[in-house]
Design a binder for this molecule. Structure first.
Ligand code: MN
Ligand code: MN
Length: 466
């Protein structure tokens, strides 16, 4: 009898695929490395609230580590470090490997744009002695979540004289912040009858920016005049300059620890900087790779990846072609031999909303980096679906390097689903698979991730590129 029990136990141990909290499989030393890595991530997140800021910070980190701007035709050898900045909104960086380039590159991709409220081109107006900005939201949001929270304003205004001013208001101690107003519950009887998709309508996402008239002037629109005067004095811009501006309103609060145990990080824009930062760090730490390592931090994922800074454009392909040219090799030969971890966040199981998840295949906080064989919605539509062979390569690699990971899907089969940039990279004939960090409250102004998962995503990139 006892023998049978021992035998069953041994067999279970051998055959069952065990899922466990990552902490059970990490040493004290590793957990402490994880925490200090996450501290670095939090400071990156707090200073990278837009794709432009993430790009600036990534470029600075690359420069500090000895990366130089890539020049077409430059002579490259193993260990050389290069990067290309795409219009200040996306960046590709690479460490040249010891293997010939025709053996392909190891590519890690993540996006640095996040859902937010963009100002329209004619944003400023006055209504009943209040000054407001009109917005058009960027990416998929639950609009009602973006009211009654402090917002900061980031971006760039290109003036008629060709110069531009960088805007960043609401982040520093003492800065004013902005806010989309909402109705008080007392008077919201009719509003609360609306369906939740229209609880706040797109045209109701108006940002309150001022309420004082210019020099107590009683002329109409003097509140607007006062705001324009403040902007003129601070930035030298006039109302017409908004036409050529990109201004983004994002949550003004800072990222930080969540939970009594400080095991999680809450903040704006984890999607997808929580993959972008680990990818960047892994490249910075990548000293002597066999295959040339490439990290791409891209823009425009949240709106479908179109545009010249999104991954539907040719900029990645052109970079690889230019890189291949340096070695007298054809770009598409490099691409066809390449492998890619396409890194984006995934939905973590939320015990309050279990119905959208299939528990055997969904992502859980703290079980490590997610590996997603396929994405897509309703019949895998829009997925690149990594091959069993390539999943096998990644599976072996992560196990061998003791990276804690989980295989996941994005919610129940017919619950909705979503896509990532993986398909666009796979379309270049690159073996591609989705990996990333599980997130709670994805696309909300405040998203939550676990520190173990963030660190394991870094470990996965490092293992893949080294
Ligand atoms: Mn994403
Ligand atoms: Mn997203």
């Amino acid at each position: 009898m006892e023998n049978k029990e021992t035998e069953r136990k041994a067999l279970r141990e051998k055959l069952f695929n065990k899922k466990k909290h990552g902490a059970f499989r990490m040493s004290e030393e590793e957990l402490s490395k994880c925490n200090s890595f996450c501290d670095d991530y939090i400071s990156f997140l707090n200073s990278s609230k837009t794709e432009r800021e993430a790009c600036i910070n990534a470029e600075q980190a690359l420069k500090d580590a000895g990366f130089v701007p890539f020049k077409v035709g430059m002579e490259l050898k193993a260990g050389d470090k290069i990067y290309r900045n795409n219009r200040g909104k996306a960046i590709i960086a690479s460490v040249i490997g010891t293997n010939p380039i025709e053996e392909g590159v190891r590519l890690c991709a993540a996006h640095i744009d996040s859902p937010r409220l963009d100002l329209k081109q004619n944003p400023l107006y006055e209504d009943n002695e209040l000054a407001l900005f009109k917005t058009h939201y960027y990416g998929g949001i639950k609009k009602y979540q973006w009211t009654a929270i402090p917002l900061s304003l980031h971006g760039v205004i290109v003036k008629l004289d060709g110069t531009s001013v960088v805007v960043n208001i609401g982040e520093d101690e003492g800065d004013p912040v902005f806010c989309v107003t909402d109705l008080l519950p007392h008077l919201a009887v009719e509003q609360m009858k609306r369906s939740s998709t229209t609880l706040i309508k797109g045209e109701e996402l108006n940002i309150l920016v001022g309420s004082m008239p210019f020099k107590n002037d009683e002329e109409s629109e003097s509140v607007k005049l006062n705001i324009l005067n403040i902007l003129y004095e601070k930035y030298g811009v006039i109302e017409e300059d908004f036409l050529s501006a990109e201004l983004e309103a994002v949550p003004a609060f800072k990222a930080g620890d969540v939970g009594f145990d400080r095991s999680m990080i809450g903040g704006y824009g984890h999607d997808d900087r929580v993959c972008a930062y680990p990818a960047l760090r892994a490249l910075l730490d990548c000293k002597n790779p066999a295959h040339t390592a490439v990290v791409i931090l891209t823009d425009k994922e949240e709106t479908g990846s179109d545009g010249n800074t999104g991954l539907c454009s040719s900029y990645l392909k052109y970079f690889i072609e230019d890189l291949a040219d340096c070695f007298g090799v054809k770009g598409h030969h490099v691409l066809s031999a390449s492998q890619c971890l396409s890194a984006d966040v995934n939905a973590a199981f939320d015990p309050t909303f279990p119905d959208v998840m299939e528990r055997k295949n969904c992502a859980y906080l703290n079980r490590g980096v997610c590996v997603t064989k396929f994405t897509g919605a309703r019949g895998k539509s829009g997925t690149s679906d990594a091959s069993a062979e390539f999943v096998g390569v990644v599976h072996r690699l992560l196990n061998e390097k003791n990276v804690i990971w989980q295989t996941v899907e994005l919610g129940k089969v017919d619950a909705g689903g979503g896509g990532t940039v993986a398909a666009y990279i796979a379309n270049l004939d690159v073996d591609t698979i989705d990996v990333g960090v599980p997130v709670l409250c994805m696309h909300a102004p405040y998203e939550i991730v676990s520190k173990i998962d963030v660190y394991m995503t870094y470990r996965a990139f490092a293992a893949f590129m080294e």
